[in-house]
Design a protein around this ligand. Sequence first.
Ligand code: C2E
Ligand code: MG
Ligand code: MG
Ligand code: MG
Length: 292
Amino acid sequence: HTKSIGRNTYSYFTHAMNKEVSRRLAIEEQIHGALERGEIRVHYQIQLDIRDGSIMGAEALLRWNNPTLGSVSPAEFIPIAEQTGMIEPMGEFVLQQALETAHIWQRKFNDKFRVAINLSPRQFRNPKLVQTIIDKVEKLGMHPSDLELEITEGVLLSGHAYTLGALMQLSEAGFYISMDDFGTGYSSLSYLKTYPFTILKIDRSFIHDMNKDDKSNDLIIATIEMAHALGIRVIAEGVETQEQLDELSFMMCDYAQGFLISKPVPLKELLKIGSRYRKMHEQNTFQGESEA
Ligand code: C2E
Ligand code: MG
Ligand code: MG
Ligand code: MG
């Protein structure tokens, strides 16, 4: 009896493993040409300014829909894109799209809007990264402060000789540089000393644990206070409830991003959010005046 359970367990695992391996192989195969076939899109997730309730900007996030694989999450394909080098053209694509989107938003609504993109370790191995970014921004007649570059610990750990230099150049040029997924790495604190971060993004796992115990809240408060003492602004990631947002506001957190505010959406949807927000804002102003 036990033997047959063992065998079933074994075959269950080999089956699951084979499925995983074959999906991986299919992703590796399909990722080539995915951009050219138009399967790659960019979605945008709003970042809210907690202090005045205005829209501060949005984070650009890659989306991949393939006819045979269906929708493939970034968690699945970004590591493969890194290994195969496909992250290079994808990274340029996101950069171009994101800048165009910020340009459209700024003309339509307000020029405070900033767009954030994620940069991978591999992109920092390219000595032309900094110039490519600067060129694209200039070509659209935009300013470095319209673009935020999100970097995870992975980029810093990869420790390529170019990384620190590139980040310094980008910082001096006036780009915003944020430490993504803060708190999940091993030496997050020392990174704040070495690298020119202007923004810290508290990882969503910390926001998830909010209001569950005192320690979680104390940790967030301490992180915000430390960042502010260093002149760094704070974004809370993964804000899903009004309770979390209220608490973050009380804690003096600067910005919030998460499903409560908006899921990542295509450009068309993003612009609809902008229009809706403007309408709401106009109404508020009108109400304010009638009360006076
Ligand atoms: P990230 O940069 O930390 O992006 C935030 C992730 O959290 C996104 O997942 C977003 O959809 C998700 N998220 C946002 N709000 C909430 C929330 O309230 N609750 C929950 N549960 N999740 C929320 P996504 O789009 O699947 O991206 C995953 C990761 O893939 C990103 O994490 C980023 O590291 C990477 N990635 C995505 N696009 C790019 C890209 O263009 N380039 C590079 N290098 N990496 C990218
Ligand atoms: Mg990010
Ligand atoms: Mg993050
Ligand atoms: Mg992440």
